[in-house]
Design a protein around this ligand. Structure first.
Ligand code: NAP
Length: 281
């Protein structure tokens, strides 16, 4: 069985490639610049770009299943990509977002809904992963933690259920390699809800440094986010925090354990796996 992993140089896709290769499967990674792609050992690299469906045809030759994540701000190329995948492969696992379920017109919800719809209209056996916040989002705090240890942001009291990329990958691998996942939309979270203030404290405890949260106005937090992500995403993220601040907190699900048989990793485990990035040595 050959699996094409799209986004194998990224956070979740890399883990998917590692875990599939660990299962002894033949793994192909799509990369825009294959000569520069840093992918796990034992993984073949093939060229292709999601904004051009024709560029995927060679990459899809002989492939049974595809792991797809959607890095584009527009959902427009999604129908052509879904059709290209359906012409060659039988099964597709999409890294979507919990935002796809939200009744909202923000940029993140819109793009993920468009990609899901494009796939639903094909004959593919699809599975959608719909995660809430990634633990990896807190890497955006790494330079502040490495500096004076003070993380300046907005909505510090909002809870989120941060999930480890290895757990999303484990669910993806189960859906790619075993039966019973076709048509499933998995609501994925980490094992607990922590406020942003608590997340900063946990990082300090795990790396053995004094860290703390400092609340700043939303426009100041937005400026910082713009250093890392596009404005549409920064606004959607802050709106999501504002909504959570005024309403129901994010609640953990048991989906990771239900699908994989193994409990989701804690945020402290995730920090331990990424301690070097917070310590800077
Ligand atoms: N962060 C969150 O809290 C959260 C929550 C729910 C859902 N999500 C969703 O998760 C996804 C992000 O996943 P991630 O963190 O694993 O991604 P990531 O680390 O940002 O990696 C992005 C990947 O996309 C590849 N890529 C970019 N443009 C491409 C193109 N035109 N054609 C082919 N490949 C391309 C990159 O490859 P190269 O640059 O090497 O070419 C890289 O491998 C997004 O769809 C996001 O909306 C995120």
């Amino acid at each position: 069985m050959t699996v094409l992993v799209i986004g194998a140089t990224g956070n979740v896709g890399r883990q998917v490639a590692v875990q599939l290769a660990g299962h002894g499967l033949s793994v192909r990674a799509l990369a825009r610049r294959p000569e520069k792609a840093d992918v796990p050992g034992g993984v073949d690299v093939v060229p292709g770009d999601l904004s051009d469906a024709d560029s995927l045809r060679a990459a899809l030759r002989g492939v049974d299943s595809v792991f797809l994540m959607w890095p584009l701000i527009s959902g427009e190329p999604a129908e052509a990509i879904a059709d290209a995948v359906a012409a060659g492969a039988r099964r597709l696992v999409l890294l979507s977002s919990a935002a796809a379920r939200r009744d909202s017109d923000d940029a993140i919800s819109r793009v993920h809904r468009a990609v899901e719809k494009a796939i639903e209209r094909t004959s593919l056996e699809w599975t959608f992963l719909q995660p809430h916040g990634f633990a990896a989002n807190t890497l955006g705090w790494a330079s502040q933690i490495r500096g004076d240890g003070v993380v300046r942001g907005a909505y510090g009291s909002v809870y989120s259920t941060l999930i480890h990329e290895a757990d999303m990958a484990a669910v993806a691998v189960a859906a790619l390699t075993s039966e019973g996942h076709a048509g499933a939309k998995y609501d994925l979270t980490g094992p607990a809800a922590l406020t942003q203030v608590e997340q900063v404290r946990v990082i300090g405890e795990v790396i053995g440094r004094e860290t703390r949260w400092e609340e700043v106005p939303r426009d100041v937090a937005r400026e910082r986010l713009l250093e890392r992500i596009p404005a549409e995403y920064a606004d959607a993220m802050l709106d999501a925090y504002a909504r959570l601040a005024g309403g129901e907190p994010d609640r953990p699900t048991t989906t990771v354990e239900d699908v994989t048989g193994v409990p989701a990793r804690t945020f402290a485990q995730w920090v331990a796996d990424h301690a070097a990035e917070f310590k800077g040595r």
